[in-house]
Design a protein around this ligand. Structure first.
Ligand code: AHR
Length: 656
């Protein structure tokens, strides 16, 4: 019904002669610089974003460290889980013995993350730590299709001779002869001699940047294609954990992957209505890998560390759930050590660990978040000694504090006040709000104090009322709202949409930027909004007004939101304009100061169905379209006239 009404309004709008919406852009005077950190990404291991998502590992519970040691595995024949393995912090492994009959087998099958996705013709690197305590043993490694009607379940197989009584790593590359999103990995014991198996791993050879222990290529490429300015990691609420023992501990995520201890993932059970008992953090995608990824995709790294607090939602007003004020030193030390890990000399204690992992050059980290979404005095009191210690040792590091989970109100104000008095460099604001909120906050940042900390819009998304998914309408309102981020470049220095990834079979939170199953992925409309901003962010803000006022959905502005920047790298003027109304809007944009013949190139998002979305089966239902509009000469500059379709978002570029 809504869409029908919308279509009628469109037709009517097109037929009725309307007043022009006249917009003035002063191109002669480039204003505040747009920070290179604008329009970035926020990564949190939620929705199977790391294990089962970006991290290329295809085997779940590869080290048998899940509390249920064989979760994700089917073990058969004669087997035993033991705990005196070669890796101190991951001590469990499986011993396979001859079951005593020739036709009976001992072995293991792994189900991956919602299955193992394999592609025909692609190569996969299988590796395992193994020993044969009774003398040489043999295993067969197979790719399995359990649902097949064929004679054999296996469609690829290789044999490995385990020829040492000591633990040793064995590695083999296997080619898949099928494309299957729910394959299994099976290992048979083929000898009478016992074999012990630990850290059983399978990665595509073709990872992003062809790295071992690398990222799933299609997902990492989607990150790079967004041209993000900043990359915030590793959360989100997992920074805090539901209690302190389950908080994210970066020091556990570096060094050899075999010895990185397992951590609980709070998103396993945070929402009982989206419950995933097999959701843990292997830490295979750890801080080294995050820094490396930032370098690969050209984003400024923004690690967020724990401030000595467990998640406040789970521990409402419970001071005793957090670290006592006089015992914060190890947490503060974690921050100082992280800076040394990222930036320190290769001979320093922590810099050496980075160098040993293959990156002797510093990562040049400039930003540090302390605390995720903390609020009230218990946070402000704890933050203080962190700020003092970091400032004293690393005065050039920019500290990002937080105003908590509210987008306004008493606690939000209190948070900002505290961040000002502690002289945080940036304040991380979060707002997951509905359509009305986004449409009515087009002037959010105009009134912010210019003398205090800068703004980091660290997590935001339009949560459609009653429909929290990535449909077209909410993404359009995000685009409209973002004109305010752009307009206030003097104070808004970073912005990251949230969250980033979601597995279609394992999500807990939506909307998200990128969705996938084991073989395919699609970019949401919100992804394209972010990408349009990131790739058209320009270098300096330009004044853009309608009758002297900012264009922010104000009264008389016909639901239009707009902003403009100058791009010194290409000498172009960029104009972003969203028509959030259900009617076509005749718009005249005066580009003051530009003379002569010009054609504006545009990209737009436009779709007539507000609930439409991209999906795995239809990944390109809504993608940016391109076109050109000729400009005409005017009194003070050229004029760009357009009939803006209802519910559309345009980005224009005009040579200056
Ligand atoms: O993005 C999901 C969650 O939303 C984050 O973990 C938290 O910071 C916010 O509340």
């Amino acid at each position: 019904m809504k869409n029908l009404l919308f279509t009628c309004a469109f037709t009517l709008g097109a037929l009725t002669a309307q007043a022009q919406f006249v917009i003035d852009v002063k191109t002669q005077k480039p204003g505040a610089p747009v920070q290179p950190t604008m329009y970035g990404l926020f990564f949190e291991d939620i929705n199977y974003a790391a294990d089962g998502g970006l991290y290329g590992e295809l085997v779940k519970n590869r080290s048998f460290e899940f509390p249920d040691r064989l979760m994700g595995w089917e073990a058969f024949g004669a087997f035993e889980v033991k705990d005196d393995g070669p890796f101190e912090r991951c001590p469990h492994y499986v011993e396979l013995r001859w079951p005593g009959h020739n036709d009976r087998h001992s072995g293991l099958s792994n189900n991956g993350f919602f299955g193992i996705g394999l592609k025909q013709g692609e190569e996969y690197r299988f590796s395992v730590w193994a020993k044969a305590p009774q003398g040489n043993a043999k295993i067969a490694v197979q790719f399995i299709d359990r649902a097949t009607m064929d004679e054999r379940q296996q469609f690829a197989e290789t044999k490995i001779d385990v020829n040492s009584a000591d633990w040793k790593k064995y590695e083999v590359v296997m080619k898949s002869t099928r494309t299957l999103d729910k394959a299994q990995l099976r290992i048979f014991l083929e000898s009478r001699n016992t074999v012990c198996l630990e850290h059983v791993s399978l990665f595509p050879v073709n990872t992003f940047m062809n790295r071992q222990n690398g990222m799933r290529r299609d997902l990492a490429e989607a990150l790079k294609d967004m041209h993000p300015g900043v990359f915030r990691f590793p959360g989100g609420c997992i920074v805090e954990g539901v209690d302190l023992p389950t908080r994210y501990q970066w020091k556990n995520t570096i060094g050899p992957v075999e010895n990185r201890p397992l951590n609980e993932n709070r998103w396993e059970y945070t929402f009982a209505h989206r419950f995933y008992p097999d959701y843990f953090q292997s830490y295979g995608l750890g801080f080294f890998e995050f820094f490396q990824l930032c370098e690969d995709i050209g984003a400024e790294p923004l690690p967020v560390l724990n401030v000595g607090m467990a998640c406040q939602y789970q521990n409402w007003n419970n001071e005793s759930a957090h670290v006592p004020l006089d015992q914060l030193q190890p947490y503060i030390q974690d921050c100082l050590d992280l800076i040394e890990f990222a930036n320190g000399d290769a001979n320093s204690e922590w810099g050496k660990k980075r160098a040993e992992m293959g990156h002797p050059a510093p990562f040049n980290m400039k930003l540090l978040g302390i605390g995720n979404e903390q609020w009230d005095d218990m946070y402000y009191k704890r933050l203080e000694p962190f700020v003092k210690a970091v400032r004293a040792k690393y005065p050039n590091i920019k500290i990002v504090g937080t105003s908590g989970p509210d987008s306004e109100g008493e606690m939000f104000e209190k948070g900002w006040k505290a961040m000002k008095s502690q002289k945080a460099d940036l304040v991380d604001e979060h707002f997951y709000r509905n359509e009305e909120w986004f449409l009515s906050h087009g002037l959010r940042y105009e009134s912010y104090d210019r003398k205090g900390p800068k703004v980091f819009a660290g997590e935001y998304a339009c949560h459609g009322k009653g429909k929290k998914w990535n449909h077209y309408e909410t993404s359009l309102y995000e685009a409209a709202f973002m004109t305010d981020l752009e307009r206030n470049a003097d104070i808004v220095q970073m912005a990251t949409y949230a969250p980033l990834f979601a597995h279609v079979e394992g999500w807990q939170w939506r909307p998200d930027l990128i969705w996938y199953d084991n073989l395919r992925m699609f970019k949401s409309v919100s992804y394209y909004v972010q990408q349009l901003y990131a790739t058209n962010k320009g270098t300096n803000v330009l004044s853009l007004t309608m009758q002297g006022k900012p264009v922010a959905g104000q009264e008389g502005q016909g639901g239009l939101f707009a902003s403009s920047v100058y791009d010194a790298t290409t000498d172009e003027v960029v104009i972003k304009i969203a028509n959030t109304s259900g009617e076509q809007r005749p718009v005249t944009i005066n580009l003051q100061g530009i003379k002569g013949e010009r054609t504006a190139r545009w990209q737009r998002l436009f779709h007539g169905v507000m609930d439409a979305e991209n999906t795995l089966d239809h990944p390109t239902t809504i993608t940016p379209q391109q076109g050109e509009t000729a400009c005409t000469d005017g009194k003070n500059g050229i004029i760009l006239s357009e009939q803006l379709p209802p519910k559309s978002f345009y980005v224009y570029r005009v040579k200056k």
